[in-house]
Design a protein around this ligand. Sequence first.
Ligand SMILES: NC(=O)c1ccc[n+]([C@@H]2O[C@H](COP(=O)([O-])OP(=O)(O)OC[C@H]3O[C@@H](n4cnc5c(N)ncnc54)[C@H](OP(=O)(O)O)[C@@H]3O)[C@@H](O)[C@H]2O)c1
Length: 314
Amino acid sequence: MEKKTIVVVGATGAQGGGLVRAILADPQGGFAARALTRDVTTEKARALAAAGAEVVAADVDDAASLRRAFAGAYGAFCVTFFWDHFSPEKEQAQAKAMAQAGKDAGVKHVVWSTLEDTRKWVPLDDPRMPTLQGKYKVPHFDAKGEANRFFAEAGVPTTCLNTSFYWDNLVHFGMGPKRGEDGKLSFVLPMGDRKLPGIAAEDIGRCAYGVFKRADLIGKTVGIAGEHLTGAQMAAELSKALGQPVSHAAVPPDVYRSFGFPGADDLGNMFQFKADFETDYCAARDLGFSRSLNPKLQTFAQWLAANKERIPLG
Ligand SMILES: NC(=O)c1ccc[n+]([C@@H]2O[C@H](COP(=O)([O-])OP(=O)(O)OC[C@H]3O[C@@H](n4cnc5c(N)ncnc54)[C@H](OP(=O)(O)O)[C@@H]3O)[C@@H](O)[C@H]2O)c1
């Protein structure tokens, strides 16, 4: 049986990497992985090739390379890289280029990794949170949500996949517990007693794989999460896993925005949005549905058991 090729953008990264590994872990599943990277010689790219992926050079900023990489594929997983450049406009240009490449190649199913356009909940004139970069509330969300239309306008059969906060941010993004002057650990999450939908980054790709197996999800927007947890619940799980008390520091979003690291204002707005619209945001990420796409879906405790040693305890 001929396998259906899925082009995977961001294959050496978190989301795309999870998808490539999910495809390769299911040799009878009927899909093959074409992993895109800007540099086929890196260790990560070579590891994907060694594991059985077709590894192809492409840059989402280079339309011709994208067209070549998408040719002949059944499907494509499209993701953008906001934190590499902090530019919503660049993210949108890349989404548009991927939608066009999908159209040119006549792909049958695109999974577009996206997030909500928060301005549908918080218009720009809403004073609850500052407007950023002139026309956004949460730039890295709004840019993706606004870009959904490029796939629709290109007429590409697309599932919009609303992802969730990676628990891996505690390892890679400086969001792990911090040790205070009193020597005690505290976990900062500016969401009061509201729930944060979170997920193991690896599970995003596994869920995306589940979406590719569900042609009935074409034309739909779906959302995924591993668990919806309050900051206090996350701190309690951290305490158990780390074997030392971790408290929840529920700083107000204004304080978080003022932390001053690059993107603090964007993330402060993001957490405030998730807190203020907890019901909508959580409902858009049903856990049972996520598990139906990916039976290996991890809980926070399971993710911690596998990753606790990697969390820097500053
Ligand atoms: N952190 C979170 O909690 C979270 C939650 C939801 C959504 N997101 C979103 O996730 C997105 C990032 O996805 P990720 O975490 O999977 O990324 P990632 O782990 O940083 O990996 C991105 C990969 O994409 C490739 N890449 C970067 N620029 C490229 C380009 N111009 N052309 C082709 N490939 C390029 C790189 O591979 P090569 O170097 O091999 O080319 C890199 O390995 C962001 O937009 C972010 O907003 C993050």
